[in-house]
Design a protein around this ligand. Structure first.
Ligand code: EPZ
Length: 439
């Protein structure tokens, strides 16, 4: 039965919500626990689907995982790591992209790994060629199976010198999780250095790893014999915080996001101010609000850290439909991250997408058939529509568009949003959104 949410727009979102740990960090820290000889504890963990998927995969491999979702605390005991049954692993196929990060830790613990075909949002091809190349550079042998990959390391794993063609977050994490126990030195050039990566490095250092990050984004790791467990509190989810901030702009609202922190959001906050939003930063969190008056159009390019995050782009585009003038957005991280604008167009937004690079940043998609630039003309009143959620961040954007629109929209595929935004429906109600599940 489709999960359809009826959303009646027109009311500003006002109130207070809490964001907990970063979705794109906690799942990786969970995989890191597999490398430790002793138990680990992870705090500030949100109740989201990626956490469940990774916990299930860890349990399949003999790791004891205890999750207190109220307290947001995960405890791991990896004393008895063992090979899992392939059919159980395959059952998790398509559920997440995180399983690919199990390769290094399982090779170190068991000498082989079976990895199911990946899932993850449809915002582009989502290849894993960088991951597989890095693993081969470490000495792994990768075989494709009918339902995923089988990977072994017949001569063990030795440190390597690699250059990423693009600063991929996942491939950087893949390298870190493999290099820390590999023999000798690993050097990764053109690495990603997002705050979530730096928090993973902090976890690995607590476990006994030796890792340095140079100013030119070269990461060096000296492999060690043994890693212990860790205790760590996750950094907050800056993508969720920015999503609610854009929602406050789009609906003319006022949202206090408890747990949000300024570090990691600097670039977002600069653009928020340029569009005409206002924010108050305190030790408890960040209050984001529309001060009244006009919103201003902007020119925006997404980039790797410390640039404007690709995951911040989609909710911000909804706010820009309410800004006066023409906004120009150049998406340089993913090739197909404007699919969500089709539904916004049906709601009355004036958005034109282009395959040209409408910006100055170097971009891999310029001379190919990807509509990865957009021009938004505003302000335009939005009206209700029937919507099918395309992906996590696009889905959140559809929700706030429906909340800004006149009338009642039917939004199908809410479960996809619940995957990455903890207690999503509860938060919408706390903010006064008029929503109800269609029976
Ligand atoms: C992580 O995805 C995040 N997901 C994404 O968030 C985020 O948008 C992305 O990093 C960029 O910051 C998680 O951490 C679970 P990439 P990841 O490897 O690691 C290309 C969300 O909504 N590439 O940095 O998969 C790739 O196609 C999600 O929370 C290859 O070509 O992203 C893309 O164009 C969406 N080959 C670019 O690199 C590879 O082997 C960036 O991808 C790997 C990546």
């Amino acid at each position: 039965m489709p999960d359809v949410l009826r959303v009646t727009g027109g009311a500003p979102l006002t109130g207070e919500i809490t964001v907990r740990g970063a979705k794109n960090f906690v799942s990786k820290a969970m995989v890191a626990a597999l490398l430790g000889e002793g138990p680990s504890t992870l705090r500030n963990v949100p109740l989201i689907r990626d956490v469940d998927v990774v916990a299930d995969l860890l349990r399949l491999h003999g790791v004891a995982v205890d999750y207190d979702d109220d307290a947001g605390v995960l405890r791991f005991d990896p004393s008895n790591v063992e090979q899992a049954h392939v059919r159980d692993i395959d059952a998790l196929a398509g559920s997440s992209r995180i399983p690919i990060l199990f390769c290094g830790p399982l090779l170190h613990r068991l000498g082989e790994a079976f990895i199911p075909d990946l899932g993850g949002c449809h915002i582009g091809d989502r290849p894993i060629d960088f991951h597989l190349q890095i693993l081969r550079d470490f000495g792994a042998v990768v075989d494709k199976t009918a339902t995923g990959i089988h990977i072994t390391a017949p001569r063990g794993l030795r440190g390597t010198k690699a250059v990423l063609p693009y600063p991929s977050v996942g491939a950087t994490e893949q390298t870190l999780l493999t290099a820390v126990r590999a023999e000798g030195l690993t050097e990764l050039s053109n690495a990603a250095t997002e705050p979530e990566i730096m928090d993973l490095i902090a976890v690995l250092q607590k476990m006994g790893a030796i890792i340095s990050v140079d100013t030119d984004r070269t990461i060096r790791v000296e492999g060690v014999e043994k890693l212990m467990g860790y205790e760590h509190t996750s950094l907050p989810d800056r993508i969720e915080a920015a999503s609610w901030a854009s929602a406050a702009l789009a609906t003319g609202g006022d949202i206090m996001v408890r747990g949000a922190e300024q570090p990691g959001m600097t670039t977002y906050l600069n653009f928020y101010r340029k569009v005409g939003g206002t924010f108050d930063i305190s030790d408890e969190g960040i209050r984001f609000y529309h001060p009244g008056g006009e919103l201003k159009s902007i020119v925006l390019e997404t980039d790797v850290h410390p640039g404007f995050m690709t995951d911040w782009q989609q909710p911000m585009v909804v706010a820009l439909t309410q800004a006066t003038g023409l906004s120009i957005i150049h998406e340089t991280v993913y090739e197909n991250r404007f699919g969500f604008t089709e539904a916004l167009g049906r709601m009355g937004a004036q958005i034109q997408v282009y395959r040209e690079c409408l910006g100055g940043l170097p971009c891999r998609f310029g001379q190919r058939n990807f509509n990865h630039s957009a021009v938004v003309s505003g302000p335009t009143p939005l009206r209700a529509a029937d919507i099918v959620v395309p992906d996590l961040r696009g889905g959140f954007s559809h929700l706030i568009a429906a909340l800004s629109a006149e009338g009642t929209s039917r939004v199908q595929g809410i479960e996809l949003i619940n995957r990455g935004y903890e207690h999503f429906m509860r938060k919408l109600s706390l903010l006064g959104a008029q929503v109800e599940m269609e029976d």
